[in-house]
Design a protein around this ligand. Sequence first.
Ligand SMILES: Nc1nc2c([nH]c(=O)n2[C@@H]2O[C@H](COP(=O)(O)OP(=O)(O)OP(=O)(O)O)[C@@H](O)[C@H]2O)c(=O)[nH]1
Length: 127
Amino acid sequence: MKQIEVVAAVICHNGKFFATQRGYGEFKDFWEFPGGKMEPGETREEALKREIREELDTEISVDTFLTTVEYPYPAFHLTMHCFFCSVRSGHLELKEHENAAWLRLEELDSVDWLPADVEVVKTIKNH
Ligand SMILES: Nc1nc2c([nH]c(=O)n2[C@@H]2O[C@H](COP(=O)(O)OP(=O)(O)OP(=O)(O)O)[C@@H](O)[C@H]2O)c(=O)[nH]1
């Protein structure tokens, strides 16, 4: 089984969480936390900063570790490391995603998350 290792940013501001909607691929229209696959030789923090720069043209600080989720998709096994992050500079410009929203804790269930993210949302609520 193919194994992929991904980092994801739970960007927080004023009690809200930044969620993005996938614009392409098998899971188009589902919501996720922005991020992507780690490249060889990168630390988790480096990979996350690079992905957010590429996807959102924004510099973040990676603040605290939240959780690592393991999820067996039919085509691959996902290991996803999630971190609370904050914006240092930039305006979260959507380069790849079709939509984004700042969600309050009680609004987190209002969007259709990727299957692996349901667990991340639960962890945020219990944090
Ligand atoms: N970035 C991100 N990926 C997630 C989340 N949840 C989740 O299941 N994934 C999965 O993890 C993988 C992330 O890879 P990626 O962001 O580089 O996206 P991708 O598959 O479009 O890669 P590609 O652009 O190289 O084709 C995808 O298969 C995606 O479905 C999430 O919250 N954030």
